[in-house]
Design a protein around this ligand. Structure first.
Ligand code: ASP
Length: 439
């Protein structure tokens, strides 16, 4: 049995948190490869080391003095080193980082030092080998992650390494320059390492005991999700679930490796399992509800639209030409509706409207803004009758006007459009009918 364990910033924010992490790793011999984030917030008012690095580098780039800011960053690590009573000095590392900042080594390099230094501390603390991610994780000349090269080099390296710490969040471009993933990217590194080491489980340790059925800022103490499939998670994550970076599922999914989200502060909780497939029924018909505000819909009407070959393509081309991504696209016989992100759309709306008129000569084009989309997702929906009906009646009882409802053909998800102002009420109504009032 082999596991990759990734620890998020809040799990590594202080010596106290490191001690919990050490206990977790030593409790299970199969936890062989460790991927740390940079130290996160110790409390609500604290600043993540990554954010400190971005701010410090901004000063360096502007040619300003950044010595005090760098000293604060150093103090964060020193506090951890002292608290763990390690025989380790980061003096030389900080000298080099300071010199590199002065040479304007780049924002990506700057941000990556949070994970890099934490990796050195972690390796020293555990007595594991340290592998610099810049030597084993690669991006191509366009800056895209190079999955195959990485997998070749990394798997070969890990095959020779019994136990190692590989810092999260960054890798290197072909010329050796450091490049980071997007924010939260240590989750992606964990998944890449899990694939390369062909582990049995990728454990992702954070500060919550897995996914909740709904957002706890909207639902008071929502139920947790024991098991969710990759596909269900995709449907939920693209709508804004925030526990795991949305790209983190792809490398492990290729190998069928499950991800287990665990809580560093409550390791006894089983957390959420993310799996390729399962015949285990979820506790409720729905697995989760997630949504996002801030959409705008463009409704195009034209008599006999359905008979006009290429109509949809011409409309979509207008959005593509204006570089606007489409979130959702329900349609009727003589009408087609396109949901887009309002902030992306607003500045280009007149171009889009003119483009649509020119492309398909519609009868009318209507715009409606301030809409929210809610995804109700569940593998259990396929075998249950009346899910959409229950959603409708719950929303009617909750006094929510439904603007749009659309069931994906896989019967895995139902998307509902409501006004922004009804967003919270709609989620509460749906949660109540499926979770609190189980039939
Ligand atoms: N430290 C980086 C961030 O704050 C990456 C990570 O934590 O995954 O985004």
């Amino acid at each position: 049995m082999k596991k990759v364990v990734k620890f998020g910033g809040s799990s590594l924010a202080s010596a106290e948190q490191f001690l919990k992490v050490g206990k977790i790793i030593h409790a299970d011999k199969s936890r062989k490869y460790v991927v740390p984030s940079a130290p996160g917030k110790r409390d609500k008012k604290d600043t993540k080391v990554t954010d400190m690095l971005y701010a410090t580098y901004a000063l360096a780039e502007a040619g300003k003095d950044f010595s005090q800011e760098m000293a604060f960053i150093k103090a964060r690590y020193q506090e951890i080193i002292n608290g763990l009573k390690l025989d380790l000095s980061l003096e030389k590392e900080f000298e080099k980082i300071t010199a590199d900042f002065k040479k304007k080594a780049g924002e990506n390099y700057a941000a990556s030092r949070g994970e890099y230094l934490n990796g050195i501390v972690m390796a020293n603390y555990l007595g594991y080998e340290f592998i610099d991610a810049a030597e084993v994780i690669f991006f191509d000349e366009n800056g895209d992650f190079d999955a195959e090269k990485t997998n070749d080099v990394l798997s070969e390296r890990l095959a020779k390494t019994e136990r190692a710490v590989i810092p999260g969040f960054y890798g290197a471009l072909p010329d050796g320059t450091v490049k980071t993933f997007s924010r939260g990217g240590s989750d992606v590194t964990g998944s890449i390492v899990a694939r390369a080491a062909k582990v049995d489980v990728y454990e992702n340790w954070t500060d919550v005991s897995g996914f909740m059925v709904a957002d706890p800022r909207i639902i008071d103490k929502p139920q947790s999700i024991d098991m969710i499939t990759y596909r269900e998670l995709r449907e939920l994550s693209y709508m804004g679930a925030s526990v795991l970076h949305e790209d983190a599922i792809f490398p492990v999914r290729k190998e069928g490796i499950p991800i287990n989200i665990k809580n560093t502060n409550a390791p006894q909780d089983s957390g959420t399992w993310i799996v390729e497939n399962t015949c285990q029924k979820s506790k409720y018909v729905i697995t989760g509800i997630a949504g996002k505000k801030g959409f705008c819909c463009v409704s195009i009407d034209k008599d006999m639209m359905n008979a006009e070959v290429g109509f949809c393509r011409k409309v979509l081309q207008v959005f593509e030409d204006n570089d606007i991504s489409i979130e959702h696209m329900p349609s009727g016989i003589d009408t087609m509706t396109v949901f887009v992100h309002q902030d992306e759309f607003e500045e280009k709306e007149q171009n889009v409207l003119a483009g649509i008129h020119k492309a398909v000569k519609p009868d009318t084009v209507d715009l409606e803004s301030d809409l929210a989309l809610i995804a109700v997702v569940g593998r259990g929906m396929r075998s249950t009758r009346g899910t959409a009906g229950r959603i409708f009646s719950a929303l009617a009882h909750g006094n929510v006007n439904v603007k749009m409802i659309d069931q994906g053909s896989s019967e895995l998800n139902i998307i509902i459009g409501v006004k922004n102002q009804d967003f919270e009420a709609a989620i509460k109504a749906i949660y109540t009918i499926f979770v609190d009032v189980q039939l």
